[in-house]
Design a protein around this ligand. Structure first.
Ligand SMILES: [Zn+2]
Length: 128
C-alpha cells in the first residue's frame, strides 16, 4: 500500500502528464488563471479556456480577448436581426409588387440579404 507522500507524488506526475498531453494536442497555455483554483488556464483549439485542475471550461469576461469576442457576437446578433427585419420588409414588398422590373430588383436585394444572413449566422456559430 502506498503512503501519502507517494500518492501525492504520483498525482502530481499525472497532472504534469495530462498538461503535457494538452499542449501536444495543440492547446496553448495562457497567462490567465482559473477564478476557482488559480491554476494556469489553457486555450483549447476551439478557443475555449480550459482549467485542467477543475476539468472544466472557464468563462471569463476579464480578458480583452473575451470582451472582444462578446462584442463580436453582440454585433453579429444585431446584424442578424437587422437582416431579418430587412428580409421581412423586402418579402412584403415582393408580395405586393406587380412591376416585373421592380420584382427583379427586389429579388436581387433579397438574395444578397439572405447570403449575408447565412454568413452572419456562420460567424456567430464559430464559438458556440
Ligand atoms: Zn480551476
Amino acid at each position: 500500500m502506498k503512503n501519502l507522500e507517494e500518492t501525492q507524488l504520483s498525482e502530481n506526475t499525472d497532472k504534469i502528464q495530462s498538461m503535457a498531453d494538452l499542449l501536444r494536442s495543440g492547446t496553448t497555455l495562457t497567462n490567465l488563471s482559473c477564478p476557482a483554483c488559480s491554476s494556469p488556464l489553457f486555450r483549447l483549439k476551439n478557443k475555449d479556456l480550459w482549467c485542467e485542475q477543475c476539468k472544466k471550461k472557464v468563462i471569463t469576461v476579464k480578458g480583452d480577448e473575451q470582451i472582444e469576442e462578446t462584442k463580436r457576437l453582440t454585433t453579429l446578433g444585431l446584424l442578424e436581426s437587422t437582416l431579418l427585419r430587412k428580409i421581412q420588409e423586402i418579402n412584403d414588398r415582393i408580395h405586393n409588387e406587380t412591376d416585373l422590373e421592380e420584382l427583379r430588383r427586389l429579388s436581387l436585394v433579397m438574395s444578397t440579404l439572405l447570403e449575408n444572413l447565412e454568413r452572419a449566422r456562420k460567424m456567430g456559430r464559430y464559438r458556440t
